[in-house]
Design a protein around this ligand. Structure first.
Ligand SMILES: [Fe+2]
Ligand SMILES: [Fe+2]
Length: 292
């Protein structure tokens, strides 16, 4: 049994002050949005409860599917690095960026450098896709984080990354290890509006039809969601986690998954436990279990 916690869309509060030289037009829009809409939703107390809960249940590994910051300010990136450092050994964490981590041109570069210990592959190389081989499981991390216009939060993988992903999945297929794929934006049709969608999701679907994985994990929507992708060898389950830092006034209250993989010859048995934040107790607690 291998247990993986899947958390997403932390948008780690508190929002720091913005130095004038880093105040772009898009950050101004983001700043307004944060203070008028999201500041009261993403709470540090919820993240503190999440950290305590993860330390209590001690998963074997933690997957983080992006939107770590709100506007990718260097101070936000540093604050996130501190939070991840408190989660434990870097080898136990696989991190990918989301659209909020590529908020303005060049900002993602600093984040990738600062967060490299949770993204580099097992040979110490950086870039996407990466492969983390942890226990019995292979974890493939993709990046759909691209800079967009204000009020647009679409994602794109890009042809080069898609080709590398297919080559990687083909290379590891013969090892017959359970494989999880991480991507911030949902890969299925209809989950996000045109302004928020993964633009090249059809191409990713084609790659996965030829080179299937056992489970896709994503974030971005800020509510729990489940779907499947068609594949000749059978449907691929897709799980989206809500934000892990929200109080629940606007969308879902904070939520995350614990995925239990029982490995055996053939398909792995996958059980998903849903944990929600309880505003009354101030703790995360089990809210449901399902077998995929
Ligand atoms: Fe988000
Ligand atoms: Fe997002």
């Amino acid at each position: 049994m291998f247990r993986i916690a899947h958390i997403s869309d932390l948008h780690i509060p508190p929002f720091p002050g913005v130095p004038l030289r880093q105040l772009t037009a898009k950050r101004l829009v983001g700043l307004f949005s944060w203070h008028h809409k999201w500041k009261s939703e993403h709470r540090r107390t919820v993240l503190d409860a999440l950290l305590a809960h993860l330390q209590e249940i001690e998963p074997d590994h933690i997957c983080v599917t992006g939107d770590i910051t709100f506007t990718t300010l260097p101070a936000e990136v540093d604050q996130a690095a501190d939070w991840f450092s408190r989660l434990g050994d870097a080898q136990r964490i696989s991190l990918i960026p989301g659209n909020h981590d590529a908020y303005v041109t060049g900002a993602l570069d600093y984040a990738l450098e600062k967060w490299s210990r949770w993204m580099q592959d097992d040979e110490g190389q950086t870039g996407f896709p990466y492969l983390h081989r942890r226990g019995p499981v292979d974890i493939v991390g993709l990046s759909s984080a691209v800079v967009t216009l204000p009020a647009i939060s679409l994602g794109r993988i890009g042809q080069q990354q898609l080709e590398r992903t297919e080559a990687l999945l083909t290379r590891i297929k013969d090892d017959q290890r359970p494989c999880l794929l991480l991507i911030h934006h949902p890969p299925q049709d209809g989950a996000a509006s045109r302004r928020r969608a993964l633009t090249d999701r059809k191409k990713l679907q084609e790659v996965l039809a030829r080179s299937p994985v056992d489970l896709v994990l994503h974030g971005h929507l800020h509510y729990p969601i489940q779907a499947t992708l068609d594949c000749p060898s059978g449907p691929i389950p897709v799980l989206g986690a809500a934000s892990a830092s929200t109080i629940g006034n606007r969308k879902s209250v904070a939520h995350y998954h614990v995925i239990e993989l029982e490995t055996r010859v053939g398909q792995p048995r996958i059980t998903v436990q849903h944990y929600h934040y309880n505003t009354g107790s101030g703790n995360f607690s089990l809210s449901g279990t399902q077998t995929l």
